[in-house]
Design a protein around this ligand. Sequence first.
Ligand code: CP
Ligand code: NVA
Length: 302
Amino acid sequence: MTRHLLRDTDLTPAEQREVLDLAAAMKADRHGFKPLAGPRSVAVIFEKQSLRTRVSFEVGIAELGGTPVIVDALTTHFGRGETIADAARVLSRYVDAIVVRSHADERLRELAAHATVPVVNALTDGYHPCQMLADLQTVRERLGGTEGRTLVYLGDTANNMANSYALAGVTAGMRVRLSGPAGFEPDAAVLAEARKLGVVEVVGDPAEAVKDADVVATDTWTSMGQEGDGLDRVTPFRPYQINRSLLVNAKPEAIVLHCLPAHRGDEITDEVLDGPQSAVWDEAENRLHAQKALLAWLLEHS
Ligand code: CP
Ligand code: NVA
């Protein structure tokens, strides 16, 4: 069976642990794993902007001994009539895996349905599972594990990061708390799914939400594609900014995560992002290790 990572729960708790164990091993021996030597090729397709995802996949695939093929969707036929299904059939003849950053999750599901190689979600409107693997790797490194820890996500609780924190967090045995303004509530179906696997709380008051937190995370208030949606994506979010006075409510040893890019002064202040509790640079680095492990694991299990 061809394995994909379209959503965080495509990995069981045991499988997620395996990938994270492998990510730690790959980080400890960065050039010691060559499962893509041959070389095997991986297409990495972007229908939205990227810095971290693009570079970490390109470098990671090369470090695994493979050949990365980076595709800017603006230069393909995607926007002008070629169906995703046809693209999946063709790409499967060229490459050993397909990594895609796209808009609607339906596009990825369609791609995976017609591909004969693993498909990886490199961010959609709905989810960002690769980011989660890097975040969980960072939590393991900083706090010694994820089981029983409390992760609080503040800000746009209706976006892809909120969905993925809920699903990946409970998969890793964490208690997840989501806190954001009215009008930007978590997706009801995602909440229901996550709550079958663990505890997810929705707490309106940000100071209350971060109480006893081990991990405090946030993300932009305006995700890619939402720039012109006509909503006020600043004023209602202001109380959810991660700043020093909010952070004192968390555990003193709590770490701060942000997938980046950060909008300094909006969802997070300079003093927190650059401060002692910030783990964001390790988090960004871990995209590389976690994605290398993920690709190796998917290919081994497909
Ligand atoms: N965090 C993240 O996915 O960053 P990019 O958009 O730069 O890839
Ligand atoms: N929620 C953000 C994440 C960026 C990495 C977005 O979708 O733009």
